[in-house]
Design a binder for this molecule. Structure first.
Ligand SMILES: Nc1nc2c(ncn2[C@@H]2O[C@H](COP(=O)(O)OP(=O)(O)OP(=O)(O)O)[C@@H](O)[C@H]2O)c(=O)[nH]1
Ligand SMILES: [Mg+2]
Length: 258
């Protein structure tokens, strides 16, 4: 990717993110809207339907909110940019926080995905809580060539579970990136799979460089988020949805006057 284009994209996404955070501050969403009540209004695709069962004319496509987490340099931005623009960024520029939105068709239904690409660098760890709050699903990335980044995934997961303590079965995917560098591998597939089983989440190996499994990560996660919104997933092996099964509650919008 052209460095100038890359820089412009990052600046634009940074500005958008500030606006989104300001909007959240003013009209912060909280979740007391009953998903069960929503289920009556929404079909399995999450599209609002009229009584005739066809999408209402003014129905907005559902937005699934995904957050990229993991140590610095593991490839969170590279995976995001590969998914968004089909491009691989060779140069490493540490992220502060960038947000992206893309319209996709998921199992025949149009929806949007919001991706928040967070900072892996320790300097930004204090602000992670704020970002994690808005996530409906998390991609927890490590590099298969870097054992330390694999060990760090435990901390990232703990932080997610702490912040999302009212959503204990929030979907998480464990992703081992840089699979194209197999000769430099320091985390075996069996070790990573064992951790995923322990967390009860899927494990996927990707390469942002050759695009392998990049779409799979985002689409599988959206599917889990969507099923969760639809309240149909009961949990089980290899699913991060194995939770309480209790009706998930989303918070009501409330306006704060500054
Ligand atoms: N060979 C190879 N290199 C990769 C892959 N993914 C990322 N990289 C490289 O690894 C470096 C870091 O990638 P980034 O995507 O910037 O890492 P990050 O996780 O976003 O890092 P922070 O923003 O600091 O948290 C860059 O030089 C990328 O080109 C991959 O799948 N294969
Ligand atoms: Mg980054």
């Amino acid at each position: 990717m052209n460095p100038v284009t890359n820089c412009l994209r990052r600046t634009w996404s940074w500005i958008k993110l500030r606006f989104m955070m300001l909007f959240d501050l003013c009209c912060g969403y909280e979740d007391e809207v009953d998903v069960e009540a929503n289920n009556n209004k929404n079909d399995m695709s999450g599209q609002k339907k009229s009584s005739a069962g066809v999408p209402a004319a003014n129905a907005q496509p559902v937005v699934h909110k995904v957050i990229m987490v993991g140590s610095g340099g593991v490839g969170k931005s590279a995976l995001t940019l590969q998914f968004m623009y089909d491009e691989f960024v060779e140069e490493y520029e540490p992220t502060k926080a960038d947000s992206y939105r893309k319209k996709v068709v998921l199992d025949g239904a149009e929806c949007s995905i919001d991706i928040l690409d967070t900072a892996g660098q320790e300097d930004y760890s204090a602000i992670r809580d704020n970002y994690y709050r808005s996530g409906e699903g998390f991609v927890c990335v490590f590099s298969i060539t870097d054992n330390e980044s694999f060990e760090a995934t435990n901390e990232f997961r703990e932080q997610i579970l702490r912040v999302k303590s009212d959503h204990p079965s929030v979907p998480i995917m464990l992703v081992g990136n840089k699979a194209d560098l197999n000769v430099e591998r320091s985390v075996s597939m069996a070790t990573a799979q064992a951790r995923a089983e322990q967390w009860n989440v899927p494990y996927i190996e990707t390469s942002a460089k050759d695009r392998s499994n990049v779409d799979k990560v985002f689409y599988d996660l959206m599917r889990e988020i969507k099923q969760r919104k639809g309240g149909t997933l009961t949990g089980g092996a290899n699913s991060s949805m194995a939770g309480t099964g209790q009706g998930e509650r989303r918070k009501k919008k409330k306006c704060t006057i500054l």
